[in-house]
Design a protein around this ligand. Structure first.
Ligand code: FE
Length: 172
């Protein structure tokens, strides 16, 4: 009887440490994609161009502290561009209040503007997105966003530059 109980416990508990450590929370509908970047610079040039926090987040895949960024609670109408290379990424139509502490969008303007990459750091398997034009780290995508996509692109404010609709004339 003891043996049966022991075997039952063995089957019940998942003893695979890899599976226990790394939960796969990648959105099923997003397929991996990577484009050759058009903008490349050596590290010292990015450092000279960016603030220390921007450099840490965008070039070293860092994360700004939640509820501290410029755009987490910001809902003006306009477009969001890559803070490193100026590529168009998001607009205010897809921005929503997620309460997570980072700017949240349920869609990108153009899927070709991002790389979709598997990220196995931090003890889980997540979907990271980077700018396809310059490979700046932007954030991660999760499956708990509102319709129609059901996605939440959770993006660092320092990875973005907002330009209001009133200043769009002549840009793109
Ligand atoms: Fe970029």
């Amino acid at each position: 009887m003891k043996t049966i109980v022991f075997l039952f416990i063995l089957f019940t508990i998942n003893l695979n440490p890899q599976a226990m450590a790394q939960e796969d929370i990648r959105p099923k509908k997003l397929k991996e994609q990577h484009f050759t970047p058009k903008v490349t610079k050596p590290a010292d040039e990015w450092k000279a161009k960016l603030t220390p926090l921007q450099y840490e987040v965008t070039r070293n895949k860092g994360t700004e502290r939640p509820f501290t960024g410029q755009y987490f609670d910001f809902y003006e109408k306009g477009n969001y561009y890559c803070a490193n290379c100026g590529a168009l990424l998001f607009n205010s139509e897809s921005k929503f209040k997620s309460g997570c502490g980072w700017p949240s969008f349920n869609d990108v303007i153009n899927l070709q503007s991002i790389n979709i990459v598997t990220d196995k750091t931090s003890g889980m398997i997540r979907t990271e997105i980077t700018c396809s034009n310059c490979e700046a780290h932007l954030g991660h995508v999760f499956e708990d966003g509102p319709p129609p996509t059901g996605l939440r692109y959770c993006i660092n404010s320092v990875s973005l530059k907002f330009i209001p609709i009133s200043e769009q004339i002549g840009k793109h």
